[in-house]
Design a protein around this ligand. Sequence first.
Ligand code: 5GP
Length: 213
Amino acid sequence: MAKLTPIPRRGILFVMSSPSGAGKTTLSRRLLAEDRNISLSISVTTRKPRPAEVDGRDYHFITQDAFDRMVAEGELLEWAKVFGNCYGTPRKPVEAALIAGRDVLFDIDWQGTQQLAETMRDDLVRLFILPPSADALHDRLIARAQDSPTVVAKRMAEAASEISHWAEYDYVIINDLVEESHKQVMAILTAERLRRRRQLGLTEFVREMTRKL
Ligand code: 5GP
């Protein structure tokens, strides 16, 4: 049987937010590895790179002057100050992906998500990831060798403020078992891709079909 040509559709802006330690990085890596139609939006930041981070892969590390210039020129789709550093999403790659029908994954905080909701509401799908409990979050932060006890305490306090924004999201996953959560992430993406308004080629597809009936 001939393979069906995919119906052209508009891409999705898929935002995943969570407090640090809730398992967002693991889930986004799983998603990116499994699904070839979604790619990660690489943010610009004025924060210094951490030892394992690579410029251009984890972030584009830039100076405050360069960041301010991007803001002034309207080159950022959204931006925010998080823990004293500036972070922002370059506009051009996102717009190109949307038009080409490719989805974009964002690891951004609630402030950036609110800005995207103001300007790109129809393309946006917002997912919030919660830890299963405060104890679990604490254990996960401790298990990360990279963070000292003071950093862990600070991140626990920050978690409370990030979590307070959970109700601004379309979907919420309580990330207890990663395997289960990953399936839930894929289910959300699959359903959102099937939304009628995103399948731009449907009218043409149905017209062609009914012509032959
Ligand atoms: P980190 O410094 O640990 O990589 O990130 C700190 C926080 O900044 C995380 O909550 C992350 O989601 C957020 N963040 C990273 N990139 C962006 C961005 O481009 N825009 C916004 N609004 N937040 C970001």
